[in-house]
Design a protein around this ligand. Sequence first.
Ligand SMILES: C[S@@+](CC[C@H](N)C(=O)[O-])C[C@H]1O[C@@H](n2cnc3c(N)ncnc32)[C@H](O)[C@@H]1O
Length: 219
Amino acid sequence: MGVTSEQVAAGQAVYTKRTLGAYDFVVLGVSNRFIWKCRTPRLVDHYNRHITPNHLDVGVGTGYFLDHCSMAAPAPRIALMDLNQSTLDFASRRIARYKPEAYLRNVLEPIPLDAAKFDSVGINYLLHCVPSSIESKAAAFDHLKALMNPGAVLFGSTLLHGGVSRNGAAKRLMDFYNKKGIFSNRHDHLDGLKEALGRRFRDVSVEVVGCAALFSARV
Ligand SMILES: C[S@@+](CC[C@H](N)C(=O)[O-])C[C@H]1O[C@@H](n2cnc3c(N)ncnc32)[C@H](O)[C@@H]1O
């Protein structure tokens, strides 16, 4: 399945200063609870379980999870990576207390980075925004693996089309977002996600909560 630069751009274009101002309420407040049936505190808990004091977050949105999770160290190294400068700016301001590094990069391409490697990488709600099938979007796993120290953990969650139970509202909203290019998860199935992680990482764990698959995997 070929990917155009327009499709890649569409997966991040919706995140402007204005929409980011509403994101926490609309997505993390209303949609997670009532539509995707995976409450935001469950995702914060996933961060708390896996984040380390040497962390890279990719597809940062508003930076909500970095702001709300528990950091084990008072001065962690936090790096932000996104294809969208508005999200990088928004999240950087929000967690300015950690003096984050910020990198404008496309996760679907090899990622040149002249910086020390990371012990944890978070990709929450990123994969359902990037185009094509799980097999081809899993190129992101390879690109991120190259930035991780031995034993580092990749974790996050993604909304799936197949292998999860979706209520009527979830089906309608996913279809709408897919038509707009905001989501690209029509071909995303739980089995494909497990296989793509299993081929690249060890200690793979995938748990379904509502429409979301919460995963973690080690280099
Ligand atoms: C749904 S938001 C998730 C935000 C946040 N992680 C959360 O869970 O609330 C998706 C994020 O992925 C970013 N993104 C989309 N496509 C990308 C790509 N190809 N490379 C890097 N970031 C991308 C968007 O700009 C946006 O910040």
